[in-house]
Ligand binder design. Structure first.
Ligand code: ZN
Length: 272
């Protein structure tokens, strides 16, 4: 099998120990060519300063996390989400990010209307897509595992994300995150269907047992996902981008980030 595409560090992997400036320096020091920042840390550092430091370090920005989250209890909440996504698109453009990762968002508090929440997601996306196109920012729809449907993502499968891409066209793509799609019996068919619309590939592993559904992701190679198989599938579909390692894990957050980056590099080479 061919060597994996270039490594990118999703900064959530060392979220507790390092701010964005430290992540940029860390990637440069460890020879990691890509970075994918989160917006809270971007705001803390300042957009202009972050863009400059990332450029000076010679890093590519494989994604900005995250936009979307459109469902809300009332019209004011939905408008606020749309405004926030407009800011996220501008930030992604300023960083030269390869995509803005877009999440579904969960059900509004107290709601049992899942189709309604999905319609709100669709409408929010339609509202911001013209800006994304004008900015040249790809909105990468990232379906999350259905266990998160209530509180994080009413967008649960690649098929659902690709239906939206089919409907709305240019400017939309998908982010394939191993943690969220590996279980899907329709995975191979949907990855093939996605083709060149795959805008990002996120790698981590599914541990057995998983002790927390959000914050116990595994280091590539420590779990049950056939990551090289999934990568081959994505590449056969035409994806030529980075392998972005994204690990939300209390276990890894407690480690020295220098150690985490060393292991991430090793596993990128041997387990992705
Ligand atoms: Zn992801």
């Amino acid at each position: 099998m061919a060597a994996p595409g270039p490594l990118s560090l999703n900064t959530v992997t060392v979220r507790d120990a390092w701010n964005l400036a430290q992540c940029i320096e860390g990637c440069a020091r460890h020879g990691i060519p890509g970075i994918s920042p989160w917006r809270d840390r971007l705001a803390e550092m300042g957009l202009a300063a972050a863009a400059r430091r990332i450029r000076e370090a010679g890093l590519r920005v494989t994604g900005l996390c995250r936009g979307g989250m459109f469902p809300a209890a009332d019209a004011a909440g939905r408008r606020a989400a749309i405004e926030d996504n407009r800011r996220a698109i501008a930030e992604a453009q300023a960083l030269g990010a390869e995509c803005l990762v877009v999440l579904g968002g969960g059900l509004p508090p107290g709601s049992k209307d899942l189709p309604g929440a999905r319609a709100m997601f669709r409408d929010g996306l339609a509202a911001v897509l013209p800006e994304a196109r004008a900015a040249g920012v790809t909105l990468a729809l990232e379906p999350l595992h259905p266990m998160t449907c209530a509180d994080r993502s009413v967008l649960s499968t690649l098929a659902q994300a690709l239906d939206l891409c089919d409907e709305m066209g240019e400017g939309l793509g998908v982010a394939v995150d191993a943690y969220h799609v590996w279980w899907d019996p329709d995975l191979a068919r949907q990855v093939a269907r996605a083709g060149r619309r795959i805008a990002a590939f996120h790698a981590c592993d599914w541990l057995v047992p998983t002790t927390d559904l959000v914050f116990d992701r595994g280091m590539p190679g420590d779990g049950v996902i056939d990551l090289p198989g999934l990568r081959a599938m994505v590449e056969a579909s035409g994806y030529r981008g980075a392998v972005e390692v994204e690990i939300l894990s209390r276990r890894w957050w407690a480690e020295d980030p220098e150690t985490v980056l060393r292991i991430v590099k090793q596993r990128h080479a041997t387990a992705c």
